[in-house]
Design a protein around this ligand. Structure first.
Ligand code: NAP
Length: 326
C-alpha cells in the first residue's frame, strides 16, 4: 500500500508519498481500507514539531488523525459481526489521543472502539464528510458538553465559526438549546455562518467587540468557545456575562489571564467515544450537521493541504482522497 510519510520535522514539502507494508491489526483492532482522511491543524503542528504532542511521534511517522473507509479485516479476538462491522462495512473514526500511527495511508489498523459505522443510507458522494467528522465533531461535543456545559437558554459566542470545529459547534449548540449563537469569521464566510443558524460577526469589516456589546446590550454572553485564541482570547474576557465561562480549543492555550480575573476558563481536550461518533453520524444523516468539505486533495497535493492549514483560514474541512493512489 502507499502512505504519506514524514521523515523528519519540517516544512510542508517534507511529506513524502511512498510504498509501505500493509499494517497488521493487533488484537482488538480492525483493518480499514481508507477512502478519505481528514486534515486538521494538529497535523501541521505535528509536522513542524510545534505541537506539545510532537515528542510522542516516532519518526519517520505517518500523520493524520481521522478517516473514513471500509472494513477489510481484524486482529485476534475481534468479532466484527458482533460489533456490527462485518467485512465491507463503511466505517469512520479518529485516532485516540495516545495513538500516533496516523491516517494518511491506504490502510490503517485501528482499535474497534475508535470507529463507528457510516449509516447505511449515506451515498458514496457523502463519504468525504465522514472523513472530516470524527475529530472536529468530537471536539465540538467535548467543548459544548464537558467544558462549556452549555444548557438550554444560554447565549454563546464562537470564535472561528467557519472552520472545521466551528461549523460543527454552531448547529450542535443550537440543538443543545442555545438561545443565540454569534460566530466570528471573515465577511466572505458570513452567509455560511448564517446558513448554519449563527449570527455572523465579520471580524474583518467590523469591530467584533463593539458588535457583541451592541447585540447583548453590554451584558455579554454566557459562554465563549474560542477556536482561534491568538488575538481573541484576552479581549473576549471583557465580553462574558456575570458567571460566564470561556473555553479555548488550541491545546497550548494559556488561560491564566482569565483565571487571574476569577473567570472560569478551560482548554478542551477532545474526548471521542463510540457514543459520540454514533451521535455525530446520526446528526449528519438526519441533517442536523451539514459538514462542509471545502477542499478534496490528492495525496500528491498534501503539501498544499498543509500550507492551507497553516494559513488558518480553512473553511469547513480539507480532505485527502486516498482512493486515487490505488
Ligand atoms: N484541544 C483539542 O482537543 C482540539 C481539537 C481540535 C482542534 N483543536 C484546535 O482548535 C483550533 C481550531 O481548529 P479547526 O479545526 O476548527 O481549525 P480550522 O479549520 O483551521 O479553522 C480555523 C478558523 O479560524 C478562523 N479565524 C482565523 N482568524 C480568525 C480571527 N482573527 N478571528 C476569528 N476567527 C478566525 C478562520 O475563519 P476565517 O477564514 O473566517 O477567518 C478558520 O476558519 C486549532 O488550533 C486546532 O488545533 C483543538
Amino acid at each position: 500500500m502507499r502512505q504519506i510519510t514524514l521523515p523528519a520535522f519540517g516544512p510542508p514539502d517534507a511529506l513524502r508519498l511512498e510504498d509501505a507494508p500493509a499494517p497488521q491489526p493487533a488484537p482488538g483492532e480492525v483493518l480499514v481500507r481508507v477512502a478519505f482522511a481528514g486534515l486538521n491543524p494538529l497535523d501541521y503542528k505535528l509536522r513542524d514539531g510545534s505541537s506539545g504532542r510532537a515528542s510522542a511521534l516516532a519518526l519517520p511517522a505517518v500523520l493524520g488523525r481521522e478517516m473514513v473507509g471500509e472494513v477489510i479485516g481484524a486482529g485476534e479476538g475481534v468479532d466484527l459481526d458482533a460489533l456490527g462491522m462485518p467485512v465491507g462495512t463503511r466505517v469512520f473514526g479518529v485516532r485516540d489521543l495516545g495513538d500516533m500511527r496516523g491516517t494518511y495511508a491506504e490502510q490503517v489498523a485501528i482499535p474497534a472502539a475508535d470507529l463507528a459505522p457510516v449509516p447505511a443510507g449515506v451515498p458514496e458522494a457523502q463519504l468525504p464528510v465522514f472523513a472530516g467528522l470524527a475529530l472536529a465533531g468530537s471536539t465540538a461535543l467535548t467543548a459544548l458538553e464537558d467544558d462549556a456545559e452549555l444548557t438550554p437558554g444560554m447565549t454563546l459566542l464562537v470564535h472561528g465559526g467557519s472552520g472545521g470545529v466551528g461549523q460543527m459547534l454552531v448547529p450542535l449548540a443550537l440543538r443543545a438549546g442555545a438561545s443565540t449563537v454569534w460566530a466570528t469569521g471573515r465577511s466572505a464566510n458570513a452567509q455560511r455562518l448564517r446558513d448554519l443558524g449563527a449570527r455572523p460577526i465579520a471580524y474583518d469589516t467590523e469591530d467584533w467587540e463593539s458588535a457583541i456589546d451592541a447585540a447583548t446590550d453590554g451584558r455579554g454572553v454566557d459562554r465563549i468557545i474560542d477556536a482561534h485564541y491568538f488575538d481573541t482570547f484576552v479581549p473576549s474576557l471583557d465580553h462574558l456575562a456575570p458567571g460566564g465561562r470561556i473555553v479555548a480549543l488550541p491545546s497550548l492555550a494559556d488561560v491564566a489571564p482569565a483565571r487571574e480575573r476569577g473567570i472560569d476558563a478551560r482548554v478542551t481536550k477532545m474526548a471521542p467515544s463510540p457514543q459520540r461518533l454514533a451521535a455525530l453520524a446520526a446528526a449528519v444523516a438526519d441533517g442536523t450537521l451539514d459538514v462542509e468539505v471545502s477542499t478534496v486533495l490528492s495525496p500528491a497535493q498534501i503539501a498544499e493541504g498543509h500550507r492551507m492549514l497553516e494559513d488558518g483560514h480553512t473553511r469547513g474541512k480539507i480532505v485527502l482522497d486516498l482512493r486515487e493512489t490505488a
